[in-house]
Write a protein that binds this ligand. Structure first.
Ligand code: UDP
Length: 375
């Protein structure tokens, strides 16, 4: 009898990091793979599903505008529990640090179902940065019986928490699998990312800064400072800013209040993954508070300035491609201007490294999951 594996996800980054795992599991004999999306982020999730040709078996469609973390968590726990009662999985796969991952792990634990955690062991050491993700992932750790740590640093963090070392596997981060797969698709069919042709032509000859921001803990004064910094960067005629804007109203409001319309700032809708991968390739510098983008930029040799006080991804900083700049307006502006004006400083950061993986993480994960599930 085949064993049933249920893969659960709800947001854009989870979908990007799990579609390679779903593909790798699907070709393993002895497994029936089912996917359940919670649609914690509806629109952004659907963009990834479309490009990865992934049709979820179950779609809970749990997104409600402006819902509190309490209500979201409660609905996720009940909804995912009902799915597990109907599906009767032998093993549940969750990824990262979202409310979906945390509630999915808990619902599985209540049913004594084995949990596998992809991207296990990331720790900032500060429960309010990133908030609430640091606690979400810490809650998954004691529940999971398989921990797929992207790096040795992440594995060491789990061992420090007394997780059984025999259950920890260093696999690399599946985001690198997703990135390389998508680059291959774009190379075969450039039209997949052709929507950026206009921007590439419009800003030819200018230095490009790619910006993303969406972190909850930056809402308010942090977001206003980021907006002012972008404005000052765009005061330079030799620079253009490409800014796929997260649809969260907090982000949109802060940017509208400061930035207005400027010829050299392209504030655009969130890009689907191939277009974002092309934007990464086109740009000179990345300015972001995203987790996943911190992992992708080093793989492409793009200096990445991280608008956070701490990071659970120190490997990019250690490799020299990433630098923490927080949300101080002057600091952001001066770091960008240094990179633009000092070619040695730029070259020191612009070296391609793959501290986060070699693109084979999903295959390793699928092999171990198959081994454990089929006994
Ligand atoms: N991303 C995307 N389109 C965009 C911006 C980001 O596809 O317009 C991708 C990006 O390549 C990365 C992921 O979304 O893989 C990061 O998601 P996000 O920043 O929302 O979440 P985090 O990684 O901070 O949890």
């Amino acid at each position: 009898m085949t064993k049933r594996v249920l893969v659960i996800f709800g947001t854009r980054p989870e979908a990007i990091k799990l579609f390679p795992v779903v593909r790798a599991l699907a070709v393993r004999p002895g497994l029936t793979v089912r996917t359940c999306v919670t649609a914690q982020h509806r629109g952004l999730l659907d963009q990834v599903l479309a490009i990865a040709d992934l049709v979820p078996d179950i779609d809970l469609d749990l997104m409600e505008p402006g819902q509190s973390l309490d209500r979201l968590t409660a609905r996720l726990l009940v909804g995912l529990g009902e799915v597990m009662d109907a599906e009767r999985p032998d093993l549940v796969v969750v990824q990262g640090d979202t409310a979906t991952a945390m509630a999915g792990a808990l619902a599985a634990y209540y049913r004594r179902v084995t949990v596998a955690h992809v991207e296990a062991g990331l720790r900032s050491g500060d429960i309010y940065h990133p908030w609430p993700e640091e606690v979400n992932r810490r809650i998954v750790a004691p529940i999971a019986e398989l921990h797929f740590a992207p790096t040795e640093t992440a594995a060491a963090a789990l061992r420090r928490e007394n997780i059984d070392p025999a259950t920890i596997h260093v696999t690399g981060n599946t985001v690198i699998d997703a990135l390389l797969w998508t680059q291959g698709r774009i190379a075969a069919d450039p039209a997949l990312a052709g929507g950026l042709d206009g921007i590439a032509a419009r800003f030819a000859g200018q230095r490009l800064v790619l910006v993303t921001t969406h972190r909850r803990e930056n809402f308010g004064e942090g977001m206003a400072a980021i907006a002012r910094a972008i404005g000052r960067i765009a005061d330079r005629p030799d620079v253009a800013v490409v800014f796929p804007m997260h649809p969260n109203p907090e982000v949109v409001r802060a940017m509208d209040a400061v930035l207005g319309t400027r010829a050299n700032v392209a504030r655009i809708a969130p890009l689907d993954y191939p277009h974002f991968v092309r934007a990464l390739a086109l740009c000179d510098i990345v300015l972001t508070d995203s987790g996943g983008v911190q992992e992708e930029a080093p793989a492409l040799g793009k200096p990445v300035l991280v608008m956070r006080e701490t990071t659970e991804r120190p490997e990019g900083v250690a490799a020299g491609t990433a630098r923490l700049v927080g949300t101080d307006e002057d600091r952001i502006v001066s770091e960008i201007f240094t990179l633009l004006g000092d070619s040695d400083a730029y070259a020191a950061m612009a070296r391609a490294h793959n501290p986060f993986g070699d693109g084979q993480a999903a295959a390793r994960i699928a092999e171990i999951v198959a081994h454990v599930a089929t006994g």
